[in-house]
Design a protein around this ligand. Structure first.
Ligand SMILES: *[C@@H]1O[C@H](CO)[C@@H](O)[C@H](O)[C@H]1NC(C)=O
Ligand SMILES: *[C@@H]1O[C@H](CO)[C@@H](O)[C@H](O)[C@H]1NC(C)=O
Ligand SMILES: *[C@@H]1O[C@H](CO)[C@@H](O)[C@H](O)[C@H]1NC(C)=O
Ligand SMILES: *[C@@H]1O[C@H](CO)[C@@H](O)[C@H](O)[C@H]1NC(C)=O
Ligand SMILES: *[C@@H]1O[C@H](CO)[C@@H](O)[C@H](O)[C@H]1NC(C)=O
Ligand SMILES: *[C@@H]1O[C@H](CO)[C@@H](O)[C@H](O)[C@H]1NC(C)=O
Ligand SMILES: *[C@@H]1O[C@H](CO)[C@@H](O)[C@H](O)[C@H]1NC(C)=O
Ligand SMILES: *[C@@H]1O[C@H](CO)[C@@H](O)[C@H](O)[C@H]1NC(C)=O
Length: 843
């Protein structure tokens, strides 16, 4: 009878208990490696305190309520149990898919867009699976849990207040057996012990690990992560800014005189260069508003005038290169020797620029090389004795990235030459400059794009807050627009249309993926592109090359091959209009979930010595890499066929890397500081540039200055544009990669900062001067992480810690004093940098 009466209540309690405990166990499992095992064991019971109170409260409500109140409590508790079940299942699913810890606030902001919803839905199957498992387990365990809690709490409350429960207590005889001093004694001792442990336990990280799921959920959804307080606005290593290191301005160099302690200067607008007179396109607000804010200039400035009541705003801050405590320039050194020689020997015209932004493309697959870690991993799963020779396997691997091999000139080393690179004109000693060691500026694509195209550092806050702000530097497209504005090419112009240096630029952005994700269209427009192409422009029946069987390959859109005819036309149209082409293309097939079109013949890169599921995802990824490699050959063919190959600079760069189980426990980029999410290919391809293969331990922040420097060095700009470019290249943070890279200068290091997806929770801090990296958490529920890429290039054994102090100690023990000292500096500089970005972005 009693059993029937409590049927629903028992199930609710059971779901709540099992979800709560499994969620907590998962959370503990994700964190236990980062603390001393002994402490973990000692504090173990304290982790469950909130759950225990929650379970007791729910039990008490369910057990004691009667009549209407019983229905109400059952509904309330049932709702709580459902939320807990769904949240726990999502947590498991998220862990299964990415290896990481879910953050509800982030899920909320992804979930508000339709594409983002689909991204979340891709984890639906594991979510449903875990919900089912917990659900079934709850049904089985329901009577047991209810019975046990009832007995325990009865015995406890009876011994506390013997008379209070008599009316509702089960028949006395069953109860009496358990009313003894034992449970009370144990419970009170345990309670005392746990309270004691709780009191002595440090708040970080244990509070985060202790949070019960419903509260964690509420906390995350209602507020942003608690960001660490940065110490001061001023650069934390003032000894490096000492007057004896100051440099005076000369030529286009603005000098270096960091008196403010940071680069955000409200007075910078006064230093207006000659060429900036008159109206300026968006991107040059510092000179179009600032000092002479006359009405004429304001009209041009749509971007910032949209923010309405400007007079009341605090004075805008602009980036001042002479004030930047971190800035190191290398523009005063000579061009790289082989480039200088090549330029003396021949013209290397850059009349057109194509920038290929390679989705999730890691350096180790551009191209894949023999004896790399990835190759060894694949090789280890093969069975050459049994199933034939290694030659066949080598052939398969050699055909994985042949185009990347021809483009970079880096040999895969598989001793097979059957790459058909007929579309890529290169000679033995020609083809361009390929870099090792380059890291992305952010593992969130849209932030990474800002770094590449605008030469700014991304804002360390979650998602694209940048979309509502004005980048603190002009983007490349805006510079080209400025050059357009400064040209008076009209039909009856004196300038011959066939002089490319007098032609205007046409800036185009094309991708086969959607423009709807995270307001990408706005973002692209804001960066100054004249013309755009997204999935939405090709999937309509009235689209020019629409056809049946257009196949979506992932939740973002179509394979790149669908934009092929559009790109061909855009090139043709641009050339017909006597314009210079600036084409930016973002690939998409290499995005999660790594599907390839149905008619693409897939290959297995992992052999019989591994279960297929073990390397499934990596295998899918490699297939998309091969698909994109073929596509790049095709794309180069479009350039070749347009007859502009010899005058086109094609820049290839990964938006970020990615991680799989083969690399580290966490997969993909979300909150993942692992190096494989950061290493990207960077190639400046031009058939007439000398072939160079260099290492530059820098980030993609160097791309924009390098392009400007290349345009100037190759004489690809007219005199006026050259002057503008020379002036502007001195405004940016990055160094030029066609000159020897400066890893340090007067004691200051060339820091490499990387904003980790989704932006506001982790920062990667590195420096060209040392092989160390710090994963700096911006909220106190994530760990500090230290690696030494010299001894451990694949970051297989990071040092983890919950505070910088403990990390420094461990790094000292393992890697020595130099590493420990660097870590202390990196921590300070990293925190300052975060604050500095918010100042520079006027955030
Ligand atoms: C396959 O490639 C590896 C790596 O370059 C090389 O060591 C091996 O000799 C090659 N095997 C054959 C049969 O070509
Ligand atoms: C490539 O393989 C052939 C035999 O298949 C061998 O004679 C040659 O030395 C190899 N070349 C390299 C560079 O390994
Ligand atoms: C490479 O491909 C082109 C067509 O794309 C073809 O004309 C040529 O014969 C091929 N070369 C080899 C070596 O396969
Ligand atoms: C552009 O035109 C304006 C007025 O028509 C003239 O003052 C200016 O010198 C011209 N600039 C160039 C570069 O020809
Ligand atoms: C390029 O444009 C010219 C002139 O409009 C046209 O004749 C030609 O067919 C176009 N080529 C392609 C490949 O569309
Ligand atoms: C070369 O480019 C053309 C035109 O884009 C394309 O059809 C062909 O497949 C490409 N060939 C190779 C080997 O990439
Ligand atoms: C590109 O330049 C190279 C070397 O100057 C030359 O051999 C080749 O014919 C040129 N190709 C085109 C399409 O102009
Ligand atoms: C870049 O970093 C790697 C790893 O620390 C180091 O071996 C290499 O010498 C560095 N290269 C340059 C050019 O600084």
């Amino acid at each position: 009878m009693v059993a029937n009466r409590y049927f629903v209540q028992r199930l609710i309690l059971s779901v709540l208990v099992l979800s709560g405990i499994s969620s907590k166990l998962l959370r503990l499992y994700q964190h236990y490696q980062s603390m001393p095992f002994s402490l973990f064991v000692i504090y173990f019971p304290t982790f469950f305190v909130p759950e225990i109170f929650l379970f007791i409260a729910v039990w008490a409500l369910l057990y004691n309520a009667s009549g209407r109140f019983a229905v109400a409590t059952a509904i309330g508790a049932g709702f709580l149990a459902c939320v807990e079940l769904v949240a726990t299942s999502s947590q498991f699913s998220f862990y299964y898919v990415t290896g990481g810890e879910i953050r509800w606030g982030a899920a909320k902001s992804i979930g508000t867009s339709r594409r983002g919803m689909r991204l979340l839905l891709s984890g639906l199957v594991p979510t449903v699976a875990s919900a089912t498992v917990i659900g079934i387990a709850s049904c089985i365990a329901a009577p047991g849990i209810w019975h046990w809690m009832t007995r325990w709490l009865h015995s406890l409350s009876n011994s506390l207040r013997p008379k209070s429960l008599t009316s509702k207590a089960p028949p006395r005889d069953t109860l009496e057996d358990f009313v003894s001093h034992k449970p009370r004694f144990y419970t009170f001792s345990a309670g005392l012990l746990i309270t004691g442990l709780w009191v002595i336990r440090p708040a970080v990280p244990y509070d985060h690990m202790t949070e019960a799921l419903p509260f964690a959920l509420l906390g995350d959804l209602s507020s942003h992560s608690k960001t660490l307080k940065a110490t001061s606005d001023r650069f934390p290593l003032p000894e490096l800014l000492s007057e004896r290191f100051w440099e005076s301005p000369h030529g286009s160099y603005k000098g270096w005189k960091p008196t403010l302690g940071h680069a955000g200067d409200t007075g910078y607008a006064n230093q207006k260069p000659d060429w900036a007179a008159g109206s300026l396109p968006p991107g040059f607000e510092r000179w179009s508003l600032g000092s002479d804010a006359d009405a004429g200039n304001l009209q041009d400035d749509k971007a910032s005038s949209s923010n309405g009541n400007r007079p009341a705003d605090p004075p805008r801050v602009y980036y001042d290169p002479a004030q930047d405590p971190m800035r190191i320039t290398n523009l005063d050194s000579d061009l790289l020797e082989s480039l200088k020689e090549a330029l003396q020997e021949r013209d290397i015209p850059i009349n057109h620029i194509v920038m290929v932004f390679l989705e999730s493309t890691r350096k180790d697959v551009f191209p894949l090389k023999s004896n790399s870690r990835l190759h060894s991993q694949m090789r280890a799963t093969q069975n050459f004795e049994e199933d034939g020779s290694e030659a066949e396997f080598n052939k398969t691997l050699a055909s994985l990235t042949p185009i990347a091999e021809s483009l970079t000139g880096e040999h895969s080393g598989f001793n097979v030459t059957h790459a058909n690179a007929s579309n890529i004109s290169t000679g033995p000693d020609r083809g361009g400059i390929s870099f090792d060691g380059v890291l992305t500026g952010s593992t969130l694509s849209a932030k990474s794009r800002l770094v590449n195209y605008c030469g700014v550092q991304a804002l360390p806050v979650d998602f694209m807050a940048e979309n509502d702000l004005v980048p603190y530097q002009p983007c490349l497209m805006q510079i080209l627009e400025l050059m357009n504005q400064r040209k008076n090419v009209t039909a009856d112009s004196d300038f011959p249309d066939d002089d490319p240096l007098e032609q205007k630029w046409q800036t185009i952005f094309a991708q086969s993926a959607t423009g709807g994700f995270q307001d990408q269209k706005k973002h692209i427009r804001q960066m100054g592109f004249h013309q755009t192409l997204f999935a939405e422009d090709i999937n309509k029946k009235r689209s020019k090359y629409w056809h049946h069987q257009m196949e979506r390959i992932n939740y973002f859109g179509y394979p790149e091959t669908e934009v092929r005819p559009y790109i061909r036309d855009m090139i043709n149209d641009t050339l017909n209009a006597n314009k210079r082409l600036f084409l930016s293309h973002f690939t998409s097939t290499t995005h999660h979930p790594w599907n390839t079109p149905a008619d693409f013949s897939r290959k297995d890169y992992f052999g019989p010595h591994s279960s297929l599921s073990q390397h499934n995802t990596m295998n899918d990824y490699l297939n998309t890499i091969r698909f994109d490699d073929e596509w790049l050959g095709d794309l180069m063919g479009l350039i070749e066929n347009a007859g502009i190959a010899n005058q086109t600079l094609t820049v290839f760069v990964g938006d970020h890397g990615t991680a799989f189980k083969e690399d580290c426990p966490m997969t993909e980029t979300y909150q993942n500081p692992h190096i494989s999410t950061f290493r990207v290919p960077l190639l400046f391809h031009h058939p007439l540039l000398p072939r160079m293969h260099l290492t530059a331990n820098t980030t993609t922040i160097s791309i924009l200055p390098t392009i400007l420097d290349l345009l100037i060095a190759t004489g690809s700009l007219n005199e006026r544009d050259s002057k503008i470019a020379l002036d502007l290249v001195n405004e940016y943070e990055g160094q030029s990669l066609i000159r020897p890279f400066r890893a340090s200068h007067n004691g200051r290091e060339a820091w490499n900062m990387g904003v980790i997806n989704a932006g506001g929770t982790l920062l990667s801090v590195g420096s060209a001067a040392v092989p160390y990296r710090l994963g700096l958490p911006l909220s106190d529920d994530l760990e500090y992480r230290f690696t030494n890429t010299e001894n451990d290039p694949h970051e297989l054994s990071p040092v983890l810690g919950w505070s910088i102090e403990s990390l420094v100690v461990e790094a000292h023990l393992r890697d020595g004093a130099e590493a420990a000292n660097w870590l202390r500096r990196a921590d300070k500089v990293g925190r300052w940098w975060i604050k500095e970005r918010k100042i520079l972005w006027n955030y």
